[in-house]
Design a protein around this ligand. Structure first.
Ligand code: FES
Length: 167
């Protein structure tokens, strides 16, 4: 069954005609050609497909596009441009927070959301609410980023990048 979905993607109004079974990930990549968002596992395990929907990060492979009618979606393409990187993108470049780069868009969308979660006082589910701490501990960042897998193992550099922006 086809359905119309209206989304605001990176500040632009977009209308899509999608099969109701289409994931948000496939809608972004296939219908809107926003291929910055990556498909790793397509089953909620790796975080490569992380995008920000109405201010919260989600795995876009686990969510149907039709569930998001009227939503504001931010993808890696909406965070910065090659000339004007988002501070988190700049920090990943500075600290070599990637090797092959495949997980990087998801890592960066997640990291941007983590800082927002802290600002809004949203507790992490394992370490509890550490928002009283003036700076994020490494453990807190690691826990909040644990849904984003990097198969190259660039974790320490990713942590350095996020720590710099968080500080
Ligand atoms: Fe969505 Fe792996 S592609 S979590």
């Amino acid at each position: 069954v086809m359905s119309k979905v209206a989304l605001t993607v990176n500040g632009q109004s977009r209308e899509l005609d999608v099969d109701t079974r289409t994931t948000l990930l496939d809608a972004l990549r296939e219908n809107l050609h926003l291929t910055g968002t990556k498909k790793g596992c397509d089953q909620g395990q790796c975080g490569a497909c992380t995008v920000i929907v109405d201010g919260r990060r989600i795995n876009s492979c686990l969510s149907l596009a039709v569930m998001h009618n009227g939503a504001q979606v931010t993808t890696i393409e909406g965070l910065g441009t090659p000339d004007k990187l988002h501070p988190m993108q700049a920090a990943f470049v500075k600290h070599d927070g990637y090797q092959c780069g495949y997980c990087t868009p998801g890592q960066i969308c997640s990291a941007v959301s983590v800082l927002d979660e802290i600002r809004k006082g949203i507790p992490s589910h394992v370490t509890g609410d550490l928002t009283q701490a003036p700076l994020l501990s490494a453990a807190e960042i690691r826990e909040r980023m644990s849904g984003n897998i990097c198969r190259c193992g660039a974790y320490s550099n990713i942590l350095d990048a996020i720590t710099e922006v968080a500080g």
